[in-house]
Design a protein around this ligand. Structure first.
Ligand code: PLP
Length: 400
């Protein structure tokens, strides 16, 4: 019998504290609840944190990606290269602009394959949109080399990579623009929210304009004493601004972020130690000059080593009160992307192999040490039971 937790351990929980509560309450009392001084402060502190010249706070990472592509004038007839192993919004925003998301395969660390990228570039390619999968930087140097060879911008989906470093510099300034997420499960949260950072002043100005109806100049100031009622719409923009209520949380989350990541790395180290003797599992790990922020802890079950499948493993863990998730169902498996663009699994052997045994373990700063040990004993118990029952003539690990 496996000792079972009495309470369900959610896959993810945010770490919000009294500082965030007090700051949100302060905004409510002040009467300024939409975009205002706290958004300005959050943008300044975020820009300083990642070392970027400009930061624009928006309503989500999806909005950040959409605005950044729109600011590049991407539209019908254009192609944007996206890894197939990502959340749907990375490619949905390309479709929203009337362009084609060109899906490419991933390597066995979940990152965009540089070879697949090289093969996917065409004269119609207008942007490369890599994802820093799981909180570890993708091979940016190789990707940027291909991008500059063709004069195409790299727009980073850094939804998992707030606080990640690459070659001794924080993610946020390597590509033309970087898009972050502050969704509830991410490294830091504003409930919902996102940020774009860039060192390109023109691009920053254009994104800011598009984020608030295409209204010229700091439109949010028009309700202050110094403000003016006059504004001009210079193009039909969007409504993607962040509110001060969100920024109130963000200011404090950002100050706690390095501590959160230290805790994430400690939990990851404990998982790595506890599962090191299980050849059935492939674990994420640090790479030289690409330290992992462990936004996710994606474990892969080696095909054929156990009598159970990934889906059964997830069910067994749920029965033991451990929540898990899967990041991600590759985009080429979704009906819309298959029907519209003709993608199919045979085109993406790397992602298929990676996805087959994939599950993400709970990993967040709010977990106690005993929560971590509960995950370890549950997963070990299920794997060891599955090993005893394993078919000796099982399949071999897929090779890509
Ligand atoms: C969460 C996520 C997004 C979307 O972020 P939102 O802030 O929820 O819009 C985009 N890309 C990836 C890889 C994500 O995990």
């Amino acid at each position: 019998m496996i000792a079972m937790r009495t309470q369900f351990l959610p896959y993810s929980l945010p770490s919000l504290g009294e500082e965030e509560i007090a700051e949100v309450a302060d905004s409510i009392r002040s009467g300024w609840v939409t975009t205002g001084p706290k958004v300005k402060l959050f943008e300044q502190e975020f820009a300083r944190y990642v070392g970027a010249e400009h930061a624009i706070a928006v309503s989500s990472c999806t909005a950040a990606l959409h605005l950044t592509l729109a600011a590049h004038g991407i539209g019908p007839g254009d192609e944007v290269i996206v890894p197939t192993l990502t959340f749907c919004s990375t490619a949905n925003v390309v479709v929203h602009l009337g362009a084609k998301p060109v899906l490419v395969d991933v390597t066995q660390d979940g990152q965009m394959s540089v070879d697949a990228l090289r093969a996917a570039v065409t004269p119609r390619t207008r942007a490369i949109l890599p994802v820093h999968y799981g909180g570890q930087a993708c091979p940016l140097e190789e990707i940027s080399a291909i991008a500059s060879l063709h004069g195409i911008p790299v727009i980073e989906d850094a939804a998992h990579a707030v606080g990640t470093t690459y070659q001794d510099r924080r993610i946020g300034t390597h590509g033309r623009a970087t898009c972050f997420s502050f969704y509830a499960t991410k490294n830091m949260t504003t409930g919902e929210g996102g940020m774009i950072t860039t060192n390109d002043a023109d691009l920053a100005g254009r994104i800011r304009l598009l984020s608030l109806h295409g209204m010229s100049r700091d439109a949010w100031k028009r309700y202050t004493q110094a403000g003016n009622w006059w504004y001009e719409v210079v193009e039909p923009g969007y409504k993607s601004n962040m509110s001060d209520l969100q920024a109130a949380m963000g200011i404090h989350q950002l100050r706690k972020l390095d501590g959160f990541i230290r805790r994430r790395r400690d939990i990851a180290a404990r998982y790595q130690e506890a599962f090191a003797d299980l050849p059935e599992l492939r674990l994420p790990h640090d790479c030289p000059r690409r330290p992992h922020a462990y936004h996710l802890f994606p474990v892969r079950l080696v095909a054929g080593e156990l009598s159970i499948t990934r889906d059964q493993l997830i069910d067994e863990l749920r029965l033991l009160n451990i929540g898990t998730s899967v990041h991600f169902i590759p985009l080429h498996r979704h009906p819309y992307y298959q029907a519209t663009f003709g993608y199919n699994p045979e085109q993406f052997p790397g992602a298929e192999c990676f996805f087959e045994g994939l599950l993400s373990l709970p990993l967040y700063p709010k977990m106690s040490n005993s929560d971590v040990e509960d995950v370890i004993s549950a997963l070990r118990a299920v794997v060891l039971t599955g090993r005893e029952e394993a078919n000796p003539k099982g399949l071999v690990e897929c090779e890509v």
